[in-house]
Design a protein around this ligand. Structure first.
Ligand code: ADP
Ligand code: MG
Ligand code: MG
Length: 877
């Protein structure tokens, strides 16, 4: 099997074999773009290398030699030739993009002899020595595993001695000393000299890139991004072009559209007289790409043209790395650019309007899990704020948290349940864990394409970069701007859209739906088959839901209406009533409250179905905890005096709480079981619902009502309650109205027995709503409230379960029950309405499952509706 491919031989379709970078270098070479020539060692070669206990086969070695010969011929230079040395970069290239995670070495082929040749040939000693010291550092770091700080310390010391602040101001003599110091450092740290044999350099470098696939930061990155461990990495060997050769040289990164806002404009940064990672390393703050049009107009024009060409070619926004050598532009990499949620939406919509892609493509490209973030957070601008610093708006969204100055502290605090903002001078891939657990990120150095910015955008986290006025003092654990100080642990707010860092906790405001998003949502609505509804427990949520496109309420949990300060005492009185008389009194007080809520919901939904679930949780949830009551008793005891009657009252309350206590409340007296044992409670709710409906009908509002009985396990439960519902409905609305069919009665399918006996239940149910929270709980036999904290995370870590089944629907088990219930229910009653409510209603995979199973709708929280609409469309494409 061929393991080495010249750039001319590959194409974009060969990503699995050549890695993303190699495949695209090949594709660009074919398209005639100015790409420095080179070749790619395949991922298969990497995997064979691992299989052979990290040894390169003879075949591979000779294929590399042959490819190198071809490259030498093409360039008219020879690798290791002191007179005119060919220099190459050795670049890793995984199949899935892992920005900054893998290692690259530049200027390979330099040694003590060839460096002089390069200096003579280019008549530029400063440049040649600059290349050599970079090679020594990268080679030392990547191949010989010497910590970067060893080299940085040496550079720092030298710059002080020389009295210069920037690397590029070092004289050739100073650079020569640097080279000597670096070589010394390598000998000291690695116990071996830097290899002067260029072939040895190449072999070692290729092996190091192979091995970088298994370094810890690459592994963590793969884990977070669910990239398989067995892909391996390709290695690209490419002839060098030099951005560090003088003032007519430079290097940069450009996005064909703005990755933060999605605006159609070239966006990026570059540095004059710099090489490779200088731009992304954040050590010098780069220039915005727009100023290239002044500094190098011809290059800028060409860059604009190539950017457009690449975007058309790949039909997506591109992230392009380029280098200019003596006024000539070279493209070193292109890939589909990472972007935040807002930009993703805007770009997708614009590409459709420009005729580049179809609506379906645009919808498929939306990462629904990012939309979630897009639909939240912004700073409430009506509140006065104390701006501490302004940096680059690197990833939008606002976040509030306590500032932490390193990843370890951030992780520790987040585990303790704190909200953290990570502040770093600049981030490196080692900080990734800290970024992951933080609400947002600040850096004092680095531009819009720095590591922190790229990673934050990928994760959809707010980020402000390059706050150069902020001095971070890691030792004193504080940061300052002038005389103003922020200590570690202080609260701050950041706004990644404007770049502001603000002292204190600023209230955040929910985001609105942009024009482009509503366009995409409309396209989604025209494609999807599933209807979307919202879970809304009060009139306010119902109106939010409508704004987000709800086609009805899929679940209104009436008990949530019981918890407000003025209602809870009434509810408690109802529960604690000594006799039926007293209970009726309390219920009579509750009735108008519930009725008013229902009326408002029905009015807000204006004819769309409103599904109201009768009381579900065990009654003790509405009562104070026994512990609290005991404490109150103790307090009364301690206070002494004449409070016997008060104590008696508390004692009797304790006895009632004890009487209601259950060992397994989730499997206890709740749902329809309550309704059957205490019919007066359900009767009140049913009456409130119908009275609300009646009022709405009188006002001329269209009413589509669904009354849902929870926790049915046996058909007789539903039969009994349905009869009560129908009776009360007829009493309140009268037969004439009922004949219009304004209401339906159905059940939640959340007890496995109900799913199994769906064919018996269907004749008396107008709809099934799958309550997947309880159904998951009861099918697995996991108590949801305990499992997540106790064993579930272990299960997921140890891959006993692929996901947390309370987040991602278990299609194989729980899903089977849903399929069975749907099919057998519909075989009895073909027009049986089916839907799903619960956490799963807003999860992409679960929505795909619902689509496949042929359910009628999904219901989720209002803010997840846009996600659900797009996911439902994706499922239908
Ligand atoms: P990464 O995957 O981390 O982006 P790359 O392989 O793209 O690493 O290399 C990093 C940078 O090194 C590139 O953006 C480019 O600036 C520079 N580079 C790589 N190869 C060459 C080359 N042949 N000539 C000039 N610069 C190069
Ligand atoms: Mg790159
Ligand atoms: Mg339930």
């Amino acid at each position: 099997n061929k393991q080495v491919f010249d750039f001319q031989e590959g194409n974009a379709g060969m990503k699995t074999l050549l890695g993303g970078k190699g495949a695209h270098l090949a594709e660009m070479t074919r398209a005639g773009l100015p790409v420095p020539p080179g070749f790619t060692i395949s991922t298969e070669a990497c995997l064979s290398y691992f299989k052979a206990d990290n040894r390169m086969s003879d075949e591979l070695q000779s294929e590399i030699v042959a490819a190198l010969h071809r490259l030498e011929t093409l360039k008219g230079q020879k690798f290791g030739n002191p007179a005119d040395p060919l220099l190459v970069s050795v670049r890793s290239g995984s199949v899935t993009s892992m920005p900054g995670m893998m290692d690259t070495i530049l200027n390979l082929g330099l040694n003590d002899e060839t460096v002089e040749g390069l200096a003579a040939k280019t008549n530029n000693a400063r440049f040649a020595y600059d290349c050599y010291r970079r090679l020594l550092q990268m080679f030392g770091n990547v191949v010989l595993d010497i910590g970067g700080h060893h080299f940085e310390k040496i550079v720092h010391r030298l710059k002080q001695e020389e009295g210069v602040s920037q690397d590029q101001d070092l004289t050739p003599d100073a650079l020569l000393r640097l080279i000597a110091d670096f070589k010394h450092c390598i000998q000291l740290q690695a116990g071996r000299p830097f290899p002067q044999d260029v072939r040895e350099q190449l072999t070692l470098a290729v092996e190091a890139v192979f091995q970088s696939w298994n370094n810890s930061r690459a592994k963590i990155y793969r884990k977070i991004n669910r990239i398989p461990d067995d892909q391996g990495t390709a290695v690209n060997i490419q002839s060098m072009v030099f951005g560090n050769r003088g003032q007519d040289c430079g290097t940069g990164v450009v996005f064909t559209r703005n990755p933060s806002t999605g605006a159609t404009e070239l966006f990026g940064e570059y540095l004059i007289n710099a090489q490779g990672e200088d731009v992304v390393a954040g050590t010098r703050t780069p220039q915005p790409v727009a100023s290239l049009s002044d500094e190098m107009p011809a290059v800028f024009e060409q860059l604009v043209r190539l950017a457009k060409q690449l975007e058309q070619h790949y039909r997506d926004m591109q992230d392009i790395e380029f280098t200019v050598e003596q006024g000539r532009l070279y493209i070193l990499q292109t890939r589909n650019g990472k972007r935040n949620a807002q930009a993703a939406v805007t770009i997708a919509a614009n590409l459709v309007k420009e005729g580049t892609i179809a609506k379906e493509d645009a919808l498929q490209r939306i990462e629904v899990s990012h939309l979630d973030k897009l639909l939240h957070r912004g700073i409430d601008e009506s509140v006065a704020t104390e701006v501490f610093a302004i940096g680059l708006p690197a990833s939008p969204g606002a976040a509030v948290g306590q500032v932490a100055f390193d990843a370890d502290v951030a992780m520790e605090w987040s585990q303790a349940g704190k909200k953290v903002i990570l502040a770093r001078p600049e981030t490196t891939p080692e900080d990734i864990q800290g970024v992951l657990v933080s609400e947002g990120i600040i850096t004092s150095r680095g531009g819009m394409t720095s590591h922190a910015a790229v990673v934050a955008r990928g994760m959809g986290k707010p980020c402000v970069c390059g706050c150069e006025t902020i001095k971070i003092d890691e030792e004193q654990r504080q940061m300052s701007v002038g005389s103003r100080l922020v200590q570690e642990g202080d609260w701050i707010t950041i706004d990644g859209a404007s770049g502001r860092v603000i002292i204190g906790e600023v209230p955040l405001r929910e985001a609105e739906i942009t024009e482009e998003l509503s366009e995409l949502l409309e396209w989604a609505d025209s494609i999807r088959k599933l209807k979307v509804r919202a879970n809304a427990d009060n009139p306010h949520d119902a109106s939010v839901a409508k704004q987000f496109g709800a086609e009805g309420i899929g679940l209104c949990r009436t008990e949530h209406m019981f918890f407000s300060a003025e209602r809870l005492p009434v509810v408690q009185r109802m529960i604690l009533a000594d006799d039926i008389e007293e209970r009726h009194q309390a219920l009579e007080q509750l009735l108008p409250m519930q009725q008013a809520d229902f009326e408002a919901m029905l009015t807000n939904m204006d004819g769309h179905p409103v599904n109201i679930r009768l009381l579900d949780p065990p009654l003790h949830e509405f009562l104070p905890k026994e512990k609290e009551l005991r404490k109150k008793l103790d307090d009364l005891d301690r206070a002494g005096g004449d409070n016997e009657s008060e104590k008696k009252a508390v004692l009797s309350l304790i006895r009632k709480v004890q009487a209601l206590e259950e060992v397994n409340p989730m499997l206890g007296q709740r749902g329809c079981r309550l309704g059957i044992v205490y019919p007066e409670i359900y009767d009140m709710q049913i009456e409130a619902i119908f009275r609300a409906a009646s009022r709405c009908i009188d006002k001329g509002t269209k009413v589509t009502l669904e009354i849902m009985v929870p926790l049915v396990g046996h058909v007789n439960e539903l039969a009994m309650l349905r009869e009560r519902i129908d009776t009360i409905g007829e009493r309140i609305l009268g037969r004439e109205i009922l004949e219009r069919g304004i209401y339906q009665v159905g059940t939640m399918i959340e007890v496995p027995r109900a799913a199994l006996t769906a064919a018996q239940i269907a004749p008396i149910a107008d709809f099934f709503s799958f309550g997947t929270n309880d159904l998951t709980q009861m099918t697995f036999g996991y108590s949801r409230d305990d499992a997540e904290g106790k064993f579930l995370s272990h299960y997921v870590d140890q891959k006993i379960l692929p996901h947390n089944p309370f987040q991602v629907l278990d299609t194989e088990g729980v899903g089977l029950l849903i399929e069975w219930a749907t099919t057998s229910g519909r075989s009895i009653k073909p027009n049986l309405k089916t839907g799903i409510c619960g956490e799963h209603g807003g999860d992409k995979d679960s929505i795909f499952f619902c689509h496949r199973t042929g359910l009628d709708y999904v219901s989720c929280s209002p803010f997840r509706l846009p996600m659900a609409r797009i996911a439902a469309a994706q499922a239908a494409i």
